[in-house]
Design a protein around this ligand. Structure first.
Ligand code: ADP
Length: 448
């Protein structure tokens, strides 16, 4: 402001001075014009200096200027210096980030808002086969062409990672995790999980092999025990009790082995390839009958069907998942309770199968862990009711293989609700054969 007022004073002095001079020699108009011309000439000279400085030597000191121009030059120079400092600080930060990303063993790939490759580290060159010379600016799906990756990339739902084999090294198993940042840009983090996968595979194989190996000796034991129990009356009463307990325990072991084998079969393939149309009314009716047999008609079992669509998938697996939920509802509630099976439309075009009971319910602290293998709220009670501790783990895996998921809602004293949510893509209008087949109820469950 100070320099600006000075500039106005300078104009006033020039006009008064030159006008006065003109007036003295009898040409006041010319004097005035000369004053204005001088004023303009001074400004044009400064403007030229500014132009030359900015376009020819912007990094050198500014030219010396007078009045408002001197102030303007100084301010521009200071602003420019501050900008330079900020820029070099940012360059330093970027260099450090790139250096640390470069040193990472995981791949880091940055994409611009159109999905074109912008920057990546050398681990990405090794794992994904990116070549710095020719791939910059290419769309990521031109280089990572696996249909699963393309679907994952385009879905823009990156909450869960994607596991795929490396496109250039078939022996590597990679975990892709995408993140959106900035102006719709994307960051791809890729981890090599080959070793973890191998360990997991070993664990699964081990459980499957042990369970398989146990099957034959158990069948032999069960066979002999059955034969002995047919002649139990010839044995002393003390032995009879022992025999009965041995039978119970071997049956439990058989159920455990069957469930373990089923689980390891479900785990080996993440998505079912079967596309049977499963009509729910028939399936639920037959499960209801089985549950009535299990409960000796001591429970009320209600069926509510409000959804006409059928599920596309593996019928045996769906039957086993729903049976597990319904048998649980019968086993963990007292006689006289009501169990409702409800198949109805759910959010965003999906459909839900709910198994609702009005029993004791489950304390919410246990709910997040219920689908873990062998997790029981009350171990004694679960064993007494013949549970293997694997029922809900089986349900979870079956649903995963059908792109569905399990939701559990319960409170102590307020019953429990188990909801299986099937996405619209897994449902079809035309209902197939109505299934009347029945699920064999494990013997250990029959003896309640
Ligand atoms: P289990 O073979 O022990 O029944 P599950 O995996 O089927 O194993 O169930 C895990 C635990 O969840 C059970 O031990 C039981 O405590 C609890 N649970 C399952 N369903 C119900 C239910 N409807 N009401 C109350 N508790 C339940």
């Amino acid at each position: 402001m100070y320099y600006w007022t000075n500039e106005l004073w300078r104009l006033a002095y020039l006009i008064i001075g030159m006008g006065g001079l003109g007036w003295l020699i009898g040409l006041p108009g010319w004097g005035l014009a000369a004053g204005l011309a001088l004023f303009i000439a001074i400004h044009i000279r400064h403007l030229r200096q500014l132009y030359a400085w900015l376009y020819q030597n912007p990094h050198q000191e500014p030219p010396a200027g007078t009045g408002v121009w001197g102030d303007l030059f100084d301010r521009l120079y200071r602003y420019q210096k501050a900008q330079h400092k900020a820029q070099s600080r940012l360059r330093d930060v970027i260099r450090r980030v790139q250096e640390s990303a470069e040193a990472m063993r995981d791949s880091v790939v940055m994409l611009d808002r159109r999905g074109n490759l912008d920057w990546w580290n050398s681990a990405a060159e090794y794992m994904l086969g990116l070549k710095s010379s020719q791939d910059r600016g290419q769309h990521v799906t031109n280089l990572l062409r696996d249909p699963q990756f393309i679907a994952y990339f385009e879905a823009r739902d990156y909450r869960e990672p994607l596991i795929l084999a490396s496109p250039v090294r078939g022996d590597l198993v990679l975990q892709f995790q995408l993140t959106l940042f900035g102006d719709d840009e994307r960051l791809i983090l890729v981890r090599d999980i080959t070793r973890l996968q191998r360990l997991e595979q070993m664990r699964q194989d081990f459980v499957a092999n042990v369970s398989h190996e146990l099957k034959t000796p158990l069948t032999v034991l069960v066979g002999y025990l059955e034969t002995y129990s047919e002649h139990a009356e010839q044995l002393p009463p003390r032995w009879q009790r022992g025999l009965q307990q041995m039978q119970e325990q071997t049956l439990r072991m058989q159920n455990l082995v069957t469930d373990l084998l089923l689980l390891s079969r479900l785990e080996t393939d993440h998505r079912t390839q079967q596309t049977t149309k499963i009509a729910l009314p028939g399936l639920l009716e037959s499960i209801r009958r089985d549950a009535e047999t299990l409960s000796d008609n001591s429970h009320t079992l209600r069926l509510e069907i409000e959804e006409p669509r059928a599920i596309v998938g593996a019928e045996q697996e769906i039957r086993s998942a729903i049976s597990n939920l319904v048998f649980n509802a019968v086993r963990y509630t007292t006689p006289g309770s009501t169990v409702t099976l409800r198949w109805h439309p759910w959010r965003t075009g999906s459909a839900a199968l709910e198994v609702i009971d009005d029993g004791e319910g489950i304390d919410p602290v246990h709910i997040p862990r219920l689908t873990e293998r062998f997790y029981r709220v009350d171990k004694g009670r679960s064993t007494a009711t013949g549970g293997t501790g694997l029922g809900l783990a089986i349900v979870k895996h079956v649903l995963l293989r059908h792109d569905a998921h399990l939701e559990i809602e319960s409170r102590l004293g307020q019953g429990a609700l188990f909801r299986c949510v099937f996405p619209a893509a897994r449902l079809t209008q035309a209902a197939g054969d109505i299934s009347q087949e029945s699920t064999p109820i494990p013997d250990s469950l029959r003896r309640r």
